[in-house]
Design a protein around this ligand. Structure first.
Ligand code: GLP
Length: 264
């Protein structure tokens, strides 16, 4: 695990866009795993900018989204489909046939999850997974106590996660209680991964995930077992880290290390 401490969220997002851009340049048919939430929005904005200004070409790129609220259809403005459409899909030349999403309205969820796993396999696996972290340590919607080898499935959301999402839904009763999410085992199969976390409100959970013991109570902590993970933090999210000085030193060759490992 490599920890990158950045001046602010913008510089971390620019760095993440550099990595995604480099991956697409050397592998035009790259497979990306995408995360929702406020954290990666600057990254998506930067990718859109690079597409429009520099011609970053998404035409052969395949994407898989991490999760979706159960019960919300594509047309629902709170669905993650709407989020990705608004922040990325509709502003790039991503080929619609290469956009893989989880359908919150699906009737046979079990079959849908199985098919999603199969689609990831058929696409050759995920080259680069973008991740955020929930305030309780979740990745995707793998809530604390999720099996560390879980596959794509339904999860019941914790009260904390529902509270964290009240702002988008207006009231707690409107927040869906369940979601479909890639499993932790599914996420762990990606070839490389970047976890982004910004702001002081994430500092305590980031320290637990990065420096604490691996535990199903902090699902993101399993990333310590992944051979190619970079954690991109702004100053606020890094506040509670014990080995901050070491990470500051480690930031040399940070980009080269990631690119080398992704090419391997
Ligand atoms: C949701 C998503 C996660 C995301 C998390 C953090 O719960 N399912 O994938 O990482 O929110 O969101 P934010 O970036 O807004 O803090």
């Amino acid at each position: 695990m490599e920890i990158g401490l950045f001046q602010d969220a913008s510089s971390a997002s620019l760095y993440a866009a550099d990595i995604v851009g480099a991956l697409i340049s050397f592998k035009p048919n790259a497979v990306l795993g995408l995360a929702s939430g406020g954290t990666p929005i600057k990254l998506y904005q930067e990718l859109v900018k690079r597409h429009k200004v520099e011609g970053l070409d998404f035409s052969s790129v395949t994407v898989f989204i991490l999760d979706e609220y159960l019960g919300l259809g594509k047309e629902n403005l709170n669905s993650f489909y709407s989020y990705y459409n608004e922040n990325l899909f509709s502003h790039t030349n991503l080929n619609r046939s290469r956009i893989h999403v989880l359908d919150g309205k699906i009737e046979d969820v079990k079959e849908h999850c199985k098919a999603y796993e199969e689609e990831i396999r058929k696409a050759g696996g995920i080259d680069l997974q973008i991740l955020g972290i929930g305030s309780n340590g979740h990745i995707g919607f793998n809530e604390p106590t999720s099996s560390l080898v879980s596959r794509t499935r339904i999860k019941t959301l914790t009260r904390q996660t529902c509270l964290d999402n009240v702002a988008s839904f207006g009231s707690l009763t409107e927040v869906p209680q369940h979601a479909i999410t890639m499993g932790i085992g599914t996420i762990m199969e990606c070839r490389a991964c970047m976890l982004l976390a910004f702001g002081g409100s994430k500092s305590s959970i980031v320290a637990k995930a990065v420096e604490g013991p691996i535990s199903a109570m902090i699902p993101a902590s399993i990333l310590q077992m992944h051979p190619c993970v970079q954690v991109l933090l702004d100053q606020g999210a890094a506040t509670d880290l014990e080995m901050k000085e070491y990470y500051e030193h480690q930031v040399q060759n940070f980009k080269e290390n990631m690119l080398l490992r992704m090419r391997a």
